[in-house]
Design a protein around this ligand. Sequence first.
Ligand SMILES: Cc1cc2nc3c(=O)[nH]c(=O)nc-3n(C[C@H](O)[C@H](O)[C@H](O)COP(=O)(O)OP(=O)(O)OC[C@H]3O[C@@H](n4cnc5c(N)ncnc54)[C@H](O)[C@@H]3O)c2cc1C
Length: 421
Amino acid sequence: MTSRHVAIVGAGPAGLFAAERIASAGHRVTVFDRMPSPARKLLMAGRGGLNLTHSEPLPVFLDRYRDARPWLEAAVATFGPSALQAWAASLGQPCFIGSSGRVFPEAMKASPLVRAWLKRLDGLGVALRMRYRLLELPGSGHLRLDTPEGERFVGADAVLLALGGGSWARLGSDGAWTRWSGLSPASLAPLAAANCGFRMQSTTGFPARYAGTPIKPVAVAFENERVRGELVVTRFGSSAGETGVGDGECGLEGGAIYALSGPIRRAIERDGRAVIRLDLRPGMSEAALCERLARLRPRESLSNALRKALRLPPVAVALLREAGVPDRAPAALAALLKAVPVVLVAPGPLDRAISTAGGLRREALDPGFMLRDRPGVFAAGEMLDWEAPTGGYLLQGCFATGLAAADGLLDWLRAGLNPPR
Ligand SMILES: Cc1cc2nc3c(=O)[nH]c(=O)nc-3n(C[C@H](O)[C@H](O)[C@H](O)COP(=O)(O)OP(=O)(O)OC[C@H]3O[C@@H](n4cnc5c(N)ncnc54)[C@H](O)[C@@H]3O)c2cc1C
């Protein structure tokens, strides 16, 4: 096959992985990105320990994509957790499996991986054009870009978009592409916060002084799921642009609620609220709690008594008060401690979310990740309408769809459906 010119927009993991594949197949690849340097979100992800993927069995892993599983299954099965680890090792970044089953590079950070990766891409002849912002796609093989030298039109034999979602806009992916005039509204699910905090409804005015206070250990139950982990009380500002309504400014965020953020968000969209249940002593049975509570002295204040008997911190007592303590009868109190209801009324702001739900819908793309109404334009990564919890599923999904879209693009070029330019 003759070598062609492929334009990739978005130098995050999905775009760069597609670039590696397409350049390895012998094509000339240019990657455009609006930021001054590539892979900013990936580098940020590495700050707290880069969780590349997860070691659980593939069928369990695939279930984390929930409704999007049928869509992503082939891509993740083709380029799965072991392949991603082997790829990282090929860049001099071997991985290890943490006690939770999560997989990290031994260096923990993303920077050594990104450095080695950019060197490899350079060796493959991939050209990186930074500070190039894609304004729109006037025709299938054309890009209108805002560049340091002013506005430019660029032509390419095929285009791959990997523009990311809409959170942490300062790292590059600002979701502006969702407002392009050429995109049919039907092809797009509105962007929404995923792996995010939620505003609580407060009847008593939940004390703002608890903002930043962790709640652990804790288990969060919602619908038929229960996640054990950690929460932190957070305070959402009331500035313009922050989504959501709510009586108070306080909310909850943290791993235990992130994992349930999809079902919680959908319940709020449907019913205007979602009631989660917190187990404030997940390591103790209700019977054991009841036994401890039976020893409380009736004269003592509830906070003091709970602190002494169960080492329950003041923030947990504030949550109990919010729920309305029924009485001090040990059985009733024990039952409440195992399932404190908390009413959530809105997701936190999209920009503060770890990831984004919504984006290009499955129906808008063919099985090779090509936009059905834009022959020769492919899409991958977080800009597609899927979501997953933290735990490595996000990056795995971005790498896997980056590869699948690159393969779709290569097949399309091979089929010769576009005349050589
Ligand atoms: C704080 C934080 C920690 C995270 N930690 C983890 C983790 O440990 N494990 C995990 O699996 N996931 C993690 N994630 C999520 C993960 O980083 C993202 O899912 C992933 O980076 C998305 O990859 P992407 O290539 O689709 O998009 P991005 O990485 O967002 O890249 C998109 C690129 O497109 C560019 N772009 C956007 N619009 C335009 C335009 N119009 N023109 C030109 N360029 C444009 C942007 O500048 C950006 O460089 C974390 C996210 C955050 C915010």
